[in-house]
Design a protein around this ligand. Structure first.
Ligand SMILES: Nc1ncnc2c1ncn2[C@@H]1O[C@H](COP(=O)(O)OP(=O)(O)OP(=O)(O)O)[C@@H](O)[C@H]1O
Length: 300
């Protein structure tokens, strides 16, 4: 069973004059956590809805656990191995949490219900219409995982959860990966992606603009440097072509260094420096470059 969990092949969706997905292609291996990122309106939900068979592609296709998404019967056959945590949780509001879970259990099974309810505990005997956002999300998580699927598609999985529950979910996701499960995670929260994802795909204006290992992305993206000078900064003498996103405040300079670390250190020793910090950039610094429109040199 070495076929990828998801194989997206030139997937395209057009809504009148909007090309929401434009030749999107990527593979997700079994046992990995794949982060799907992009600014609002980039096309993430469109891809997810096509993968689940909720929306037909205009052209191209994808295979989910080996099932062609254009083949309704094949997709129905793999549904018991597939979990879905949508960003908007549209349960029947009049049912209690327990009735909602019973409903999904009849369709797909619930062998992990008790285990999940130990970790995530929505008030099962209350009607869903009385639930807080966090309780709704917890019910969604139990629903998505309780039939022990091979692959779970999660859209903004931690939205509405308090920090403790977010941490619990991240830990749970890491354990699922260790157990060989595959997670496809659409998220805006970069610290979440940095913590749990092995690889990311970045979509912008319907097109994939990056597809990479998180570690490789961090390595390739230079060093984040903060330097505190003894005297006011002489910017023209200090700043070189290898420094991008340079921000000078008083006697401090913050920048991303794209050259060799050795060359940076040789450059720094020429100045009267009180303190310097050289580290890996945060993903948000990197993603800013992918998210913002390159044709606009001064994005808001
Ligand atoms: N039913 C629809 N009819 C027309 N246009 C649509 C429809 N659904 C989505 N779009 C458009 O397709 C593009 C992609 O939307 P999509 O919802 O996939 O983006 P997204 O990346 O999920 O955004 P967000 O992060 O805001 O949820 C947007 O320009 C959106 O306005």
């Amino acid at each position: 069973m070495n076929q990828p969990a998801i194989n997206v092949l030139d997937l395209t969706k057009r809504y009148d004059d909007v090309l929401a997905n434009d030749g999107v292609s990527f593979e997700i291996e079994r046992g990995e956590i794949f982060g799907y990122l992009g600014p609002n309106g980039a096309g993430k939900t469109t891809t997810i809805r096509m993968l689940l068979g909720l929306l037909s592609p205009s052209s191209g296709t994808a295979e989910v656990l080996g099932a062609d998404i254009r083949n309704r019967k094949a997709l129905t056959d793999v549904k018991s191995d597939l979990g879905y945590l949508p960003d908007t949780l549209g349960f029947d509001e009049r049912l209690t949490g327990r009735q909602v879970l019973d409903y999904f259990a009849r369709m797909r099974g619930d062998e992990r219900r008790a285990e999940l309810l130990e970790l995530f505990h929505p008030p099962l005997d209350q009607a869903v219409e009385t639930y807080s956002a966090g309780n709704r999300r917890m019910l969604g998580i139990v629903q998505a995982f309780m039939h022990d699927p091979e692959l779970v598609i999660m859209d903004e999985p931690t939205s509405g959860l308090d920090p403790l529950k977010q941490d619990r979910l991240h830990h749970f996701m890491e354990q699922e990966r260790e157990a060989g499960k595959t997670l496809f995670v659409s998220s805006h929260i970069l610290s979440e992606v940095q913590r749990v994802c092995d690889r990311v795909g970045i979509i912008r204006d319907g097109e994939i603009v990056a597809l990479e290992d998180i570690d490789a992305l961090l390595k390739r993206s230079g060093k984040e440097v903060r330097v505190h000078f003894a005297d006011p900064v002489d910017e023209t003498a200090f700043v070189t072509d290898q420094m991008i996103d340079v921000d000078v405040v008083d006697r401090s300079v913050h920048f991303t260094y794209t050259g060799e670390t050795q060359a940076l250190l040789e450059h720094l020793v020429q100045f009267e420096i009180e303190d310097a910090n050289v580290g890996d950039p945060q993903l948000d610094t990197i993603f800013k470059h992918y998210y913002t429109d390159e044709s606009n040199p001064n994005p808001p």
